[in-house]
Design a binder for this molecule. Structure first.
Ligand SMILES: C[S@@+](CC[C@H](N)C(=O)[O-])C[C@H]1O[C@@H](n2cnc3c(N)ncnc32)[C@H](O)[C@@H]1O
Length: 405
């Protein structure tokens, strides 16, 4: 039986716990906030789309799809703005100006998560915003104590789930035969996390499928239950779905296998694997060698990890490496790897480089991209044990002493 363990993260978006790994898929801080702050905003897509109309994205560890969803939402926001700027009448728009070709390859070993992804509620009603309207000092105190008052309110339009569902149905029609999926979706204890309109839509598609009619036309039913939620600007963007070529490949496989025979070069790679100690196979120097081959010359890899071993592995694979800085929290929240130095906005500091040159920077290895996580971890532990490099704790102590920090 598949274990589906959802919870609400601090920004109102749904996060998951993984019993097998004894780990969370999403930060309690906010699943959606994390996707925006670590993957979407640092990528600077707005700048990218000023000079490019084609984009290829590799979403490694798609899970329930926050990174791809956030990208699509961001893209449709840019597109909506562009449509509004070009002309307010949809019929007279010069389509050359707003034609985009989008390709996403989404990889994950867990097919169930991929199937679940369009059904996950985009966000629960934000309690603190409703409470704030009351303007009661005690409520204010409660919000501060629970640190939910100052969060930026990221969101993605429900219409993104609709796009994903239609893509998944098209490429993986076996979704209709997944009984366990239906059990999860209809289990009353999960109802607060599931978008009931998407479930109704799924049932509608399923019935249509059995009646052998086309499921890909936007039906009146869909119009009624879903279209009404979509803002005016999104409706215009949705019309442009017909001319804006969006394709998504959902690959259920180990990312190492999935990329071995892939010939595509990507503009952006989202690397969102479990931590290096849980899933080292996606953080090795050897996997990064493979990613190097799949990154376009102007591309970048984004990840939440700040690990010295990960940064060193990127460097050894030939990338320039920098940090993701979040000025709202004055914190470094991840790592960027690129083939061009100009893509790096925040360089590694003397401290980061020192840590990379200590035992903490010893990389994970997986020469043939076949080892299991346990073996990769054991091999690194051995390399750390036999290394003559300074320990990370000694390096940190020395660094603090010399720099008076
Ligand atoms: C931290 S979660 C990713 C969360 C995801 N980005 C989301 O928005 O929900 C890590 C994911 O890695 C997947 N995974 C684990 N090992 C993998 C592998 N070798 N190749 C591809 N995916 C893997 C897991 O199934 C899990 O969904």
């Amino acid at each position: 039986m598949y274990e589906f363990c959802p919870y609400f993260t601090n920004d109102g978006s749904v996060g998951l716990f993984c019993p097998k790994e004894d780990d969370i898929y999403h930060s309690t801080y906010g699943a959606l906030s994390e996707a925006y702050e670590k993957f979407i905003l640092p990528a600077d897509f707005e700048k990218f789309f000023k000079t490019n109309n084609n984009i290829k994205i590799l979403d490694i560890c798609y899970g329930i799809g926050y990174n791809s969803k956030s990208f699509l939402n961001y893209f449709y926001e840019i597109l909506s703005k562009k449509i509004a700027a070009v002309n307010s009448s949809i019929d007279t728009i010069d389509t050359n100006n707003i034609f985009y070709k989008i390709y996403i390859k989404a990889i994950d070993t867990d097919k169930k998560l991929m199937f679940l992804s369009p059904f996950i509620k985009s966000k629960k009603t934000i309690l603190d915003l409703n409470l704030k309207k009351l303007n009661i000092p005690r409520v204010e105190k409660f919000l501060q104590k629970n640190s939910i008052g100052n969060k930026k309110q990221y969101k993605y339009n429900k219409f993104i789930n609709l796009i994903l569902l239609r893509k998944i149905i098209k490429t993986h029609p076996e979704i209709f035969d997944d009984k366990e999926l239906v059990e999860i979706l209809t289990d009353s204890k999960n109802s607060q996390y599931i978008d009931s309109n998407m479930l109704r839509l799924f049932k509608h598609y399923k019935n249509k499928r059995y009646k052998n009619t086309s499921i890909f036309n936007l039906s009146i039913f869909l119009h009624n239950i879903y279209y009404k939620y979509i803002s005016k600007s999104y409706k215009k963007a949705l019309k442009y779905l017909k001319i804006n070529d969006l394709s998504i490949d959902f690959i259920v496989d180990d990312a190492r296998n999935a990329l071995k025979n892939d010939l595509i070069k990507y503009d952006y790679v989202f690397l969102d694997a479990f931590t290096p100690s849980k899933c080292p196979c996606l953080w090795t120097k050897d996997f990064f060698d493979l990613l190097y081959k799949h990154l376009s010359d102007d591309g970048m890899i984004l990840t939440y990890s700040n690990s010295a071993a990960v940064r060193n592995a990127f460097m050894q694979a030939g990338f320039f490496v920098g940090k993701i800085y979040n000025k709202d929290y004055d914190k470094f929240i991840g790592t960027i790897a690129a083939k061009k130095l100009e893509k790096i906005k925040t360089s590694l500091s003397e401290y980061d480089l020192g840590l990379i040159n200590s035992k903490a920077g010893i990389v994970y290895r997986d020469e043939n991209l076949k080892l299991d996580n346990f073996q990769i971890k054991a091999n690194r532990a051995k390399a750390v044990e036999t290394s003559n490099l300074m320990s990370s704790s000694k390096f940190i102590k020395n660094f603090r002493g010399v720099n008076n920090v």
